[in-house]
Design a protein around this ligand. Structure first.
Ligand code: B1M
Length: 215
């Protein structure tokens, strides 16, 4: 679709204003916020990631693209959230220590909120002590961790160990995600679930909810 390709191109070019305009135009034409996010901005970020890995662009350019995508996603999210929030279960969510990537985590949070989950978002660079104190305070059904770098994956294992040490491991289901994670990794560190993307996370949590609450 022409509008989505145009949003993707503006994200790749790091054009913040044009990305936001493109999002508004696409939404105005009735394109779903989810398609605008997935097929417009996330598709653009994927290209930017490849360009960065290949040394074709540098960090400042990647940052501009990230800001453009973040701003555009915020606009699309407003459309999705209206009237869709009704807490059914609680998830504490965060990007693990040392990792500042939050675009994917925020999309996961949005999807879950739109399905009626309450999401306590701890933000980025979340250390195990912060996860533990949030679990104590909010008593969530699910603890979700995101990481985008191989260098920060170990932080997920540290959180699970800390949960065990605090005697809290059996009180929550643990789900991990983010591009370097995998089912194999999740099993290795003792997480309950791995999820590949926001859509499958929402679907998976529907099953988890049935399991833990019989809903
Ligand atoms: Co960074 N970065 N970055 N970066 N960045 C990556 C991740 C990288 C793969 C790029 C590359 O080299 N190809 C690479 C990591 C390499 C590796 O470890 N293997 C990388 C690097 C190296 C870095 C820096 C070290 C660069 C530097 O400084 N030299 C630095 C690290 C900073 C830090 O964290 N300490 C850095 C910085 C940045 C920016 C600040 C510029 C920006 C982040 C802005 C922000 O998040 N606020 C940025 C960006 C934008 C990227 C790329 C281009 C895009 C990430 C993204 O947002 N994708 C990325 C390359 C790429 O992934 N293509 C890259 C879109 C997002 C929707 O997808 O996050 O995967 P994703 O989320 C998905 C799924 O993974 C899943 O669902 C989401 C939605 O469908 N998911 C979950 C995620 N969390 C989940 C949790 C769940 C379930 C599913 O359950 C709880």
């Amino acid at each position: 679709m022409e509008e989505l390709k145009s949003i993707m191109d503006e994200v790749i070019a790091g054009n913040i204003v044009e990305t936001k305009e493109g999002v508004l135009q696409a939404l105005g034409k009735g394109i779903s916020p989810m398609d605008v996010i997935d097929k417009g901005m996330v598709a653009g970020l994927d290209v930017v990631g490849e360009q960065f890995a290949a040394g074709e662009i540098f960090l400042p350019e990647m940052m501009l693209s990230a800001i453009a995508a973040r701003e555009g996603i915020a606009i699309a999210m407003e459309g999705m959230q209206k009237g869709q929030y009704k807490p059914r279960a609680t998830m504490v969510l965060g990007t693990v220590k040392g990792d500042l990537h939050d675009i994917g985590k925020n999309i996961v949070a949005l999807f879950l909120r739109s399905r009626g989950f309450e999401v306590v978002d701890l933000g980025v660079d979340v250390h195990e002590e912060q996860f533990i104190s949030a679990v104590r305070e909010h008593k969530p059904d699910i603890l979700g961790m995101s990481c985008l770098m191989t260098a920060t994956m170990a932080g997920m294992k540290d959180v699970i160990s800390a949960l065990t040490e605090a005697g809290l491991r059996n009180t929550v289901k643990v789900i991990v995600g983010g591009c370097p994670a995998s089912q194999e990794f999740a099993s290795e560190i003792g997480a309950d679930y791995y999820s590949r993307d926001a859509g499958s996370t929402a679907a998976l949590l529907e099953e988890v909810l049935t399991e833990i609450k019989g809903q």
